[in-house]
Design a protein around this ligand. Sequence first.
Ligand code: 5GP
Ligand code: MG
Ligand code: MG
Length: 183
Amino acid sequence: MDSNDVQSDLKHVLYSKEEIQQRINELAQQIDKDYEGRDILLVGVLKGAVMVMADLARALHSHITMDWMAVSSYGSGTQSSGVVRILKDLETDLMGKHVLIAEDIIDSGLTLSWLKANLLSRGPASVEICTLLRKPEAAKVDIDVKYVGYDIPNEFVVGYGLDFAEKYRNLDFIGTLAPHVYE
Ligand code: 5GP
Ligand code: MG
Ligand code: MG
């Protein structure tokens, strides 16, 4: 492994490819059951949710359509502020649709709580959230997340869609970074 190898930037693996696939299959089974054959509009938030979307969509047996949003959270540094700007909006009219937001991670929960309220204002039949990861801070915001893959400790993770300076999104597992990467 040379120093240019992505793997050498990682400290440890939190969830392997196999564990993630297994958990997503379980979530998909639950979702299929809950929606009982009703059509679902999966909404992915770019760019972090691409892997979750791709795998969740393929694990579901319900009829689904997919749409994407890109948002940017105003705020200083890494702390999200809850003030959100839409960079790319949905192309789908949400009226009467069952919307399921697919997310990679919920940290403060501020972005998602804004997003859920925004989507609810467009007249859908329902809006629920499915996230692969959730951090402890999220519990402080009054946001109902119906489907959670894993509750994780408050540390910075990358992989499976999650980036550090736009890198590491392509890893098929979730891990933590070695200190030499960010120090
Ligand atoms: P929040 O829930 O704080 O409003 O924002 C969540 C967003 O912050 C995620 O969509 C993600 O872009 C970023 N984020 C939060 N925690 C982490 C983490 O541990 N790793 C990475 N790569 N991004 C994170
Ligand atoms: Mg995200
Ligand atoms: Mg990011």
